[in-house]
Design a protein around this ligand. Structure first.
Ligand code: FAD
Length: 560
């Protein structure tokens, strides 16, 4: 599958650096429009900011305050496209905003925002907003703080429960359309000749091999490395060692952290809460997620190592305190936390601006103005808008190449797993496999893989053992481990536990799962115990560097 000598001999039309949601969406769009495309990702697909988001497919109600109307409209349009083309991954989410007289956003302002939001989504399939007067609000939400309460508002957005899989399905779709997609390959150098990037040096991080990727006379390189955009630019140099594109700082990412907690007393069951924090007026979310609660985020300027971003103790305590403020009976403490994660938003450099006020609009930055004619960097770009970014980017690329225009088809093309809950294939799978896998687990597999769940189930036909649960606490079955390696580019424990499944986030950071997962990898995926031990060590390091709160690393040795 990863044929590097063939890759070295191929001239690509489009070379995409970065396999997050935007790189994946661009590669898919390019391949479906006939461009010979390669995507290169230094870690796993979606291992950057795409796996650290709040998982909302939203118009960005908050952006109305900054008059970002075109962004809100674009996002709301894309929300509909995703609800249509990926209903197995994106579902409607009801949000409730409690409104207080002692906070900065009064009732009338929220109401005006709701009306505008409905106007900007005039063509939506989701219900309109409703305002809740104080008495009605208190009746519906008895547990929510009543001090200074004046009422509430409810509206719909979307939730992509498994954002990592949204990225992965775009990678799979790109590959199905003819693109070459590589994870664990790092771009280490961009060679500039005659004002063009002529080739890219790359390192296969699984073998340490070095190889080169080249293009032809009109090849375009796309830099979708998210928060790493400046780092990629710094790799560009010409023969006289000039570095024309790495001189000015384009990115100014802010850090956002989340905590995941077990269900707690009075937790909202059928709605998310969208709350203005008491201490600093920042809006944050409490979102039901996979039977747990995802709470976030913070928004802090970030200047550290982009590969090691972790929620600080202060951020964790802030999120706990603010949740307890809004739901006083919740009584959450550090002991209730199952997982934490943190990411850097790939925002444009905006020195001196308040993090919340930095634009969330994306920019296609053509480096022609810096003297390099075939490089475009994406600055910004939310999860929600990735498909439209892909369309805009490939429109711009075709223009730049002066090739005939070919229309984009991604708005009308379902993602590979697309299936509706009432599809007869689900009942058929239950009939075919319920002797091996319980019907409830089959339904769960469809909620994760969509129509591709059938391929996971097929593995259990030959090996019924693969239909067993990985652990009694969760629905995931052993076949998912094999499927991740054989059909979904998983290369290590972190890919399997954190991005192909959510096992890492469902208890003790996945640290109890080594015996069962390694047994399957050895038996069915040609791994040996040495590879398992090495990969497990890397997993523990990943968890310690990115997810395990510092206070646990110091006190609770059983987790480290
Ligand atoms: C805390 C937080 C909450 C968010 N919440 C939401 C939300 O609810 N809804 C929403 O729509 N958006 C949200 N976002 C924004 C969204 O997650 C990001 O804007 C989006 O995922 C960016 O995707 P990307 O593909 O551009 O970048 P990334 O996902 O960061 O991908 C860039 C990739 O480039 C790779 N790379 C870097 N250097 C190299 C190299 N040398 N060679 C090869 N590859 C390289 C990285 O490994 C990385 O995988 C949130 C972001 C954060 C941080």
């Amino acid at each position: 599958m990863r044929n590097f000598s063939q890759i070295q001999q191929t001239n690509y039309d489009l070379i995409v650096i970065g396999g997050g949601i935007n790189g994946a969406g661009i590669a898919r769009d390019a391949a479906t429009r006939g461009l010979k495309t390669i995507l290169i990702e230094k870690g796993d697909f979606a291992s950057g900011s795409s796996s650290w988001s709040t998982r909302l497919i939203h118009g960005g109600l908050r952006y109305l305050e900054y008059f970002e109307f075109p962004l809100v409209r674009e996002s709301l349009k894309e929300r509909e496209v995703l609800l249509r083309n990926a209903p197995h991954l994106v579902s409607p989410l009801l949000l409730t905003i409690p409104i207080y007289s002692d906070r900065s956003r009064p009732y009338w302002k929220i109401w005006a925002g709701m009306i505008l939001y409905d106007i900007f989504s005039f063509d939506k399939t989701l219900p309109l907003h409703r305002m809740l007067p104080k008495a009605k609000f208190q009746q519906l939400f008895r547990y929510v703080d009543r001090n200074d309460l004046v009422g509430g508002a409810q509206y719909y957005d979307g939730q992509v429960t498994l954002a990592e899989r949204l990225c992965l399905e775009n990678i799979i779709a790109a590959q199905e359309a003819g693109a070459t997609v590589l994870n664990y390959v790092e771009v280490t150098n961009l060679e500039i000749t005659d004002k063009r990037i002529a080739s890219l040096s790359c390192k296969n991080k699984l073998t340490e091999e070095i190889f080169t990727v080249t293009g032809n006379q009109d090849t375009v390189i796309i830099n979708t490395s998210g928060p790493w955009v400046d780092e990629i630019c710094k790799l560009g140099h010409s023969q006289n060692q000039d570095r024309p594109i790495g001189k000015t700082k384009k990115m100014g990412g802010t850090k956002g952290s989340h905590i995941i907690v077990k269900p707690f007393a009075s937790a909202p069951k059928t709605t998310s809460l969208y709350v203005e924090a008491k201490s600093d007026g920042r809006p944050f979310f409490i979102v039901p997620w996979l039977g747990m609660y995802l709470i976030g985020t913070t928004d802090l300027p970030f200047k550290g190592d982009l590969d090691r971003v972790k929620a600080d103790n202060d951020e964790i305590d802030y999120l706990l305190t603010e949740t307890n403020n809004i739901i006083p009976t919740a009584n959450l403490s550090r002991e209730d936390i199952l997982f934490t994660y943190s990411g850097v938003r790939p925002l444009p450099n905006s020195e001196g601006k308040k993090p919340g006020s930095i634009t969330r609009k994306h920019i296609l930055y053509d480096h022609k103005k810096e003297g390099v004619n075939n490089l475009i960097s994406l600055i910004g770009g939310k999860l929600t808008t990735y498909r439209n970014v892909g369309e805009e980017m490939i429109d711009a690329v075709l223009k730049k190449m002066a090739r005939p225009y070919k229309p984009c088809i991604t708005d009308q093309t379902p993602l590979p797993g697309c299936i509706l809950p009432n599809d007869p294939r689900i009942d058929q799978a239950i009939q075919d496999y319920q002797n091996i896998v319980p019907a409830s687990t089959i339904n769960y597999l469809f909620s994760v893989y969509g129509a591709r769940a059938i391929e996971v189930l097929q593995l259990t036909k030959q090996h019924p053992e693969l239909g067993e649960k990985i652990t009694s606490d969760f629905s995931d079955i052993k076949a998912q481990i094999v499927y991740a390696v054989q059909a979904e580019f998983a290369q290590n424990f972190t890919d399997i536990l954190r991005r192909r499944t959510t096992l890492a986030m469902q208890g003790n950071y996945g640290l109890d799962l080594f015996p069962v997962v390694s047994e399957i990898l050895i038996k069915y995926c040609n791994w040996n115990s040495e590879k398992c031990d090495r990969s497990w060590q890397e997993y523990r390091t990943y968890i310690e560097e990115n997810c395990l709160p510092d206070y646990l690393m110091k006190s609770d040795k059983s987790l480290v």
